[in-house]
Design a binder for this molecule. Structure first.
Ligand SMILES: [Zn+2]
Length: 405
């Protein structure tokens, strides 16, 4: 039960329940499409006439369309409802320390192109200029994508509550950067910026296929150049007072560990990032800033390939990394006790090789019950969870529950 805040509420008006019902209808179309008006009425437990009024409103606001008739049930063929994804698109941008990617999707997050990837420029303004040029060219060259309703940008770092400024990105080395203003000005499109892993969990919460939404806390752990954790509870993103909830990557496992990009020592990130895995394999210091870029060879991909080919050193590197991953996971279990954990990033390439080490570390750190059996779902790199998250920033607000009381 949620307490009504006496300083910010909206009294229920006659129109309120209708607004809620319209959003319920819209979300049912999103989940079940193609769906007939009759089936929608049945699912909502409402009279067909009342549902038709809601559907007409959704048709007028171009959120759904009636299309391609379904199989004949005998007699009149039912017309089916679909989410309006035609001739409208979203641009998704993912900025990480090593590379930046762009993808254009429809309003359900389905890709309309191959992912475009390029090295991340070190100066924010240079990156914004390059992004704007590429986005303009993409939309101009593909008129079939339709009207772009916005650009969703996800970035490795902490973004303020308003989504207007990047407060700090340890791996990019950027502090207090305005990405929204310059990109908006250069593209003349609405721009939303969010922390990449918060966007990843948002995309999982809004996913229509695959994983059914679970009640209670769910988390997304992304392990790549750095480590990020996104948390959602009962379908709602957890931001904290300053939008920095979930910075488990910068919780130290040891006060005397390697120097982290954030300036502290021994952060979880300093033990499991791509840089840390590479240093472990080479026997070099994982401290930041060490010589060499994260993309220098051997990359995590190479190390995984060598482990699969039977190289003992590579295998040992991955098992040790798995152990440190498990130590970090146990901190998440102790603070959030999630129902389900999604894992993304380059480490997913080796998940089968070190999952048992992750679970051993979890068991070792257990308090009251065995978290070694916790539900962990691997989100493969090929699904581009960060870009899906960026697209969700633009496409999901239209489907969100209305704010009442
Ligand atoms: Zn740190």
């Amino acid at each position: 039960m949620r307490r009504i805040n006496p300083s910010a509420f909206r009294v229920a008006r006659r129109g309120t329940s209708r607004e809620i019902n319209r959003q319920i209808a819209l979300n049912l179309v999103r989940e079940k499409q193609p769906i007939s008006r009759a089936d929608l009425a049945r699912l909502m437990g409402m009279r067909p006439g009342a549902v038709s009024l809601l559907v007409n409103e959704l048709l007028e606001s171009r959120l759904v369309f009636e299309g391609a008739k379904g199989d004949s049930q005998g007699g009149r063929r039912p017309t089916h409802l679909y989410i309006e994804t035609r001739r409208r698109c979203a641009v998704a941008v993912d900025i990480s320390a090593s590379h930046t990617s762009i993808l254009v999707t429809d309003l359900l997050g389905h890709p309309l192109m191959e992912v475009e990837e390029f090295p991340t420029r070190r100066r924010p303004q240079a990156l914004v200029n390059e992004l704007a040029t590429r986005i303009r060219a993409l939309l101009k060259d593909h008129p079939g994508f339709g009207e772009c309703i916005g650009v969703g940008v996800v970035v490795s770092g902490m973004v303020d509550l308003l989504g207007s400024r990047l407060m700090f990105s340890p791996t990019l080395g950027w502090r207090d950067v305005d990405l929204v203003g310059p990109l908006k000005a250069a593209t003349r499109l609405p721009v939303v910026v969010e922390n990449s892993v918060k966007a990843c969990i948002l995309a999982q919460v809004w996913a229509v296929t695959g994983d059914a939404l679970v009640d209670g806390p769910v988390v997304f752990v992304n392990v790549s150049d750095g480590v990020g954790v996104g948390i959602a509870v009962d379908g709602k993103l957890v931001r904290g007072a300053n939008n920095i909830a979930g910075e488990f990557g910068h919780v130290p496992l040891s006060m005397y560990g390697p120097l982290c990009a954030c300036g502290q020592r021994g952060c979880w990130e300093a033990y499991v990032s791509k840089r840390a895995i590479r240093a472990r394999y080479l026997g070099t210091d994982a401290s930041w800033p060490a010589s060499g870029e994260t993309e220098e060879e051997p990359t995590v991909k190479h190390i995984v390939a060598r482990a699969r080919a039977g190289e003992a050193r590579a295998m040992e590197t991955l098992r040790e990394t798995g152990y440190y991953l498990g130590r970090g996971f146990s901190i998440i279990v102790k603070s959030i006790d999630p129902r389900r954990v999604y894992v993304g990033g380059e480490i997913t390439l080796a998940w089968d090789l070190f999952e048992s080490a992750v679970r051993d570390a979890l068991r070792e750190q257990a308090l009251v019950r065995d978290p070694g059996a916790m539900e962990i779902r691997v989100v493969p790199l090929s699904e581009h969870p960060r870009l899906r998250g960026a697209a969700a920033l633009v496409s999901t607000p239209a489907f969100a529950a209305p704010t009442v009381a």
